[in-house]
Write a protein that binds this ligand. Structure first.
Ligand SMILES: [Zn+2]
Length: 264
């Protein structure tokens, strides 16, 4: 057996999932191959770590594929158990151990997000916001009436009245998007230099706004959270679920929320 073939089976071997003949062949190769023996130890340690940290979830195939890719690319020698090696070399953040820890952190984070749909939505909205704000940087404000007319024709669902901006806040761009495999639209507002807010709207008759963590703003009580240093508000208006991610501070976010909410 060649190394490349052995490596393809190490993860399954570490989990005792190989047919006996194939398991024997992989073990026989690893017995005479230092690289594959080390890789097998990493797989076993990873398997143990995953079982220990997140016993309720099975490792998704995508995570395993990425770990295997990291193993193949890595030239970091691993002479003893991975866990011991990691504790002895905590500064090797860019090495194999760092890559594995990062992958596990992403994966555990993702499973946590899957268990909390609002968190998943917020996480996705944060990503979109950062991307939109970067695109909108230095862009002159187009005519908001044209922007909104184009958006309405592309949205695929009724948007109702929308805040077109005012002397303080400019509507910079609009997008059609998809969130949780549903159509959505995004409106990007600029409120001062390098201060952006992204408003995501999606059909929301069936959306549930969490009952806790509500922030009273005048007579309204949107759901509120701070995530990655951004203000996040989530509420329903008409039949839309509305999620705003903002670079602004709390009071400025509340002021923008009122403009958006009262326009509807
Ligand atoms: Zn080998």
């Amino acid at each position: 057996m060649e190394c490349c073939e052995a490596r393809d089976h190490l993860a399954e071997l570490a989990r005792n999932r190989l047919e006996p003949d194939l398991a024997d062949a992989v073990r026989a190769h690893a017995a005479g191959c230092v690289g594959c023996a080390d890789a097998l130890r990493v797989e076993a340690a990873l398997h143990a770590l995953i079982r220990e940290r997140a016993p309720r979830y099975a490792a998704p195939p995508a995570l395993r594929a990425r770990v295997q890719a990291a193993l193949r690319k890595s030239e970091v020698p691993i002479s003893s158990g991975w866990r011991a090696w990691l504790s002895l070399h905590p500064w090797m953040g860019t090495g194999l151990a760092g890559a594995l820890v990062a992958l596990i952190a992403v994966w555990v984070g993702t499973t946590w997000l899957a268990a909390d749909p609002v968190a998943r939505l917020v996480s996705r909205a944060l990503d979109e916001h950062v991307e939109y704000a970067r695109e909108a940087m230095h862009r002159p404000a187009p005519n908001p009436v044209d922007l909104l007319a184009t958006l309405r024709s592309q949205a695929g669902f009724a948007l109702g009245p929308l805040f077109p901006g005012d002397a303080e806040v400019q509507l910079i761009s609009t997008k059609t998007a998809e969130l949780r495999s549903k159509p959505a639209v995004a409106l990007v507002y600029r409120n001062g230099p390098e201060r952006y807010a992204t408003l995501l709207l999606m059909p929301g008759a069936d959306a549930t706004i969490p009952a806790e963590d509500r922030l009273p703003i005048e007579s309204f009580k949107p759901y509120h959270r701070v995530a990655s240093g951004k203000q996040v508000l989530y509420w329903k208006q008409n039949d839309l679920a509305c999620l705003m991610v903002s670079d602004l501070d709390g009071p400025a976010t509340a002021a923008l929320f009122l403009k958006i909410r009262k326009a509807a």
